[in-house]
Design a protein around this ligand. Structure first.
Ligand code: TRP
Length: 446
């Protein structure tokens, strides 16, 4: 690793890369189903509060460590700790991040594979004229077929690791530039269409009229985990991108722009999906299948529905692609730090993730009842524990590192703001974000 890594060429490119990491399944698939399972508006309020008080300040902390270190996460942490006269053991935080994204990517790839299947089905026009019940039954039959799931999971992982092996700057920057706005536009159109259905008003009430009585320590913990997940914070994955951030760019502004985009994508998806749920009399707490069953129903009713649906799944696939490339980065960077070439490192990561992903695949058929821990099967485990425990723990430690351990003039320079801006950020991180995460974790786990 050397300290003169390639930089992203423009400010816009950096924001796009981080937005590409942030916007993905978390916004369009996970946000609606988890909001549905946790009571709607009250969950949304908590999630937005966590984005503001925790996700954003910690995102800045994470990126600034990468920017100050200009190395792969483990090396950045070790180098900066050394500079501060602190323990070099901080570098293990990079390894913990790599383990976290290892678990996350294993199911992320499987679920992105579902989008591949749905893209093909949509292109074939096979959703046209189907009822919600028929589409739901088709989805269940698909999940119960491990061979089809494995095929799509494999395809998606090969797509991801090929781009990762080719290196970050050469990645999907240009494609992203073009397609992210298109996805956004399509979601806006979908939300406008949703406004014409009779599920729209109940959907708005469900999303924006909080019933505070549903809040429990566990619901709060789910909301916190989701804030980290959707912003891609807590696993040193953005730290890896921070190493490529251009010299003169305000980090808070970039992070703020990403958070606004990220939350608004989730809200648009939520409005569209819950409008379908309520106009079709479906259950908002239906679980991980929610998006896959509702959106085909919604599009099927539009003129040229098959075309719109195909475009939607294509764009979704691209959004998940850029997210999974980011998920792979901490692992590949870690292996590179151990002396492996980028190509080899990508291959090793790809194979390991593929194997773990197989257990998620089988969680819908042969291994559905195999519950190795906490009464959960593998898919349930990898979709909850890494997100709700590992990401907040990682984020908390990264925040401690940036706000307490690093030489503070170094932190300030890497944040790229005025003295007063820096003190504001540091006060929030030290006295709000860190204690808040610690308390929520303790209350949720104990
Ligand atoms: N934020 C992405 C999504 O919402 C997922 C993701 C990408 C992620 N990179 C990450 C989650 C790093 C945690 C850590 O789909």
């Amino acid at each position: 690793m050397n300290a003169t890594l390639e930089r992203w060429t423009t400010r816009r490119a950096f924001i796009l890369a981080v937005t590409g990491a942030a916007v993905g399944l978390g916004n369009i698939w996970r946000f609606p189903y988890i909001t549905g399972e946790n009571g709607g508006a009250a969950f949304l309020v908590l999630y937005i509060a966590f984005v503001l008080l925790l996700g954003l300040p910690v995102m800045m902390a994470e990126i600034l460590v990468g920017r100050a270190g200009r190395r792969a996460p483990m090396q950045s942490l070790g180098y900066l700790a050394g500079q501060a006269g602190a323990s070099r053991h901080w570098r293990w935080l990079g390894l913990f991040g790599a383990f976290t994204v290892f678990c996350i990517l294993s199911f992320y790839s499987v679920v992105s594979g579902w989008s591949i299947e749905f893209l093909i089905t949509a292109v074939n026009g096979d959703f046209v004229g189907r009822s919600a019940a028929e589409i739901g039954a088709g989805f269940d039959a698909f999940l119960a077929d491990p061979r089809r799931l494995t095929f799509n999971h494999t395809l998606f992982l090969v797509m991801t690791m090929t781009v990762v092996a080719a290196g970050v700057a050469k990645g999907l920057e240009r494609l992203n530039n073009l397609l992210m706005p298109l996805l956004y536009l399509l979601l806006v159109l979908l939300a406008i269409y949703a406004a014409t259905t009779d599920g729209f008003v109940p959907a708005l009430a469900w999303l924006f009229k909080p019933d505070l009585s549903v809040i429990t320590p566990l619901v709060v913990m789910h909301a916190m985990g989701h804030a980290f997940f959707t912003l891609a914070v807590g696993a040193c994955a953005l730290m890896a991108y921070g190493a490529y951030m251009p010299e003169h760019q305000s980090l808070p502004r970039a992070a703020g722009a990403v958070a606004v985009l990220d939350v608004s994508v989730a809200l648009l998806a939520g409005i569209a999906i819950f409008s379908v749920v309520f106009s079709q009399g479906m259950d908002p707490g239906e679980g991980p299948g929610l998006m896959f069953v509702t959106l085909p129903v919604a599009f099927a009713e539009l003129p040229w529905g098959a075309l719109w649906l195909s475009i939607f799944f294509l764009l979704l696939l691209l959004a998940t692609w850029t997210s999974s490339i980011n998920l792979a980065e901490p692992m590949v960077a870690t292996l590179q730090g151990l002396g492996l070439g980028r190509g080899k490192a990508s291959a090793v990561v790809g194979i390991a993730v593929w194997l773990l992903g197989l257990l998620s695949v089988l969680s819908f058929s042969n291994l559905a009842e195999w519950r190795p821990l906490f009464g959960m099967n593998v898919f349930e485990l990898v979709t909850t524990i890494p997100t709700e425990v590992f990401l907040p723990v990682g984020g908390l430690l990264i925040a401690c590192f940036a706000a307490w351990v690093m030489p503070q003039q170094e932190s300030r320079a890497a944040l790229g703001v005025s003295e007063s801006g820096f003190l504001l950020w540091r006060t929030v991180v030290r006295w709000i974000s860190i204690p808040l995460a610690a308390v929520v974790l303790a209350a949720g786990l104990l």
